[in-house]
Design a protein around this ligand. Sequence first.
Ligand code: PLP
Length: 380
Amino acid sequence: MLPTKLPHVGTTIFSQMSALAQQHDAINLSQGFPEFDGPELLKRKTQEYIQNGMNQYAPMPGVLPLREQIKELIFRCYQRDVSADTDITVTSGATEALFVAIQAVVQPGDEVIVFDPAYDSYDPAITLAGGVPVHLELTPGAYRIDWNALNSAINERTKAIVINTPHNPSATCLSYDDLSRLEALVCDNELFLISDEVYEHITFDGILHQSVHRFERLAARSFIVSSFGKTYHMTGWKLGYCVAPKNLSTEFRKIHQYVTFSSFTPAQLALADVMMAQPDHCSELGYMYQDKRDLFNQLMENSRFKLLPSSGSYFVLADYSDISDLPDTEFCIWLTENAGVAAIPMSVFFASGRDDKVIRFCFAKRPHTLKEAAKRLGQL
Ligand SMILES: Cc1ncc(COP(=O)(O)O)c(C=O)c1O
């Protein structure tokens, strides 16, 4: 028998719900992926680079034109000057960036604070590094940081904090005040921060994304992670990046070069071209998704689901307590089998398994899909 390094990990709920959705021909609002492609130019350019023989290893940190475009984007969005040479590393999705950043920071026995509900990749990465994930729950209903709990959790073994804004699954965003307080805590306690900002360009109602890039002292101790999959609707391409100051990036790259070494060359070159040709893509993304959120909210108005506010990401939470007493995972299975709509139960994002009778819908879908899903959900 091979002893397992991850005793609590099985098939993820995302794979399970997507498989169940397929089996029952249900509308899949569970897994977070868009139902539409990225820019035509991106597809065309990638094909061109493939045809033109740009098919060998990219440089380990990513192709330079792409790192230069990322640098420009960070300057445009957050007025921060980073080095394309030393601070930016292109990775195989944000997943790889998060994994590598955690391996770079965490030594055996170190504690890492994770806020629940949490995206599922942080905990196994911490465990594999020999660290101890310390799960703190965000405040019920509002999903804000409980500062008293955070202050009490920090001790001499604490090495790092993981944050995610805009947040999957709660669709909340950290505020300027939150980031200022985090900056003081991280710097005073000489911690490191891993900031998962994969939905950085998807905020609604005029909310400004409070990137760690805007907080100079905090950024000096942070790995800031983003995803081209999310920003360019190409989740299957698994391309992302990590920005960290030179001393942190050096350690990050030592590990990245033995995890993947480098990522898909033709798409990196094509992304660089598209970022240069379409500089407004990122600033328009929030409006595009806000329309989808508004459409889904409006279509669901007369249903018995109570939708919670969604300020960013492409998710919205729904309270189903008026419809059923089932635990949330059972409810999601029931919903897929009986209503033909797949969603994700919130309890899977809690280490404690907390069940508030809330589920997560992904609204990164075409209008007719959202309409059909809402029609089915409205009949319950
Ligand atoms: C919060 C969060 N972080 C990271 C990722 C992973 O991003 P990628 O597909 O670029 O690996 C996701 C994808 O769903 C996510 O929601």
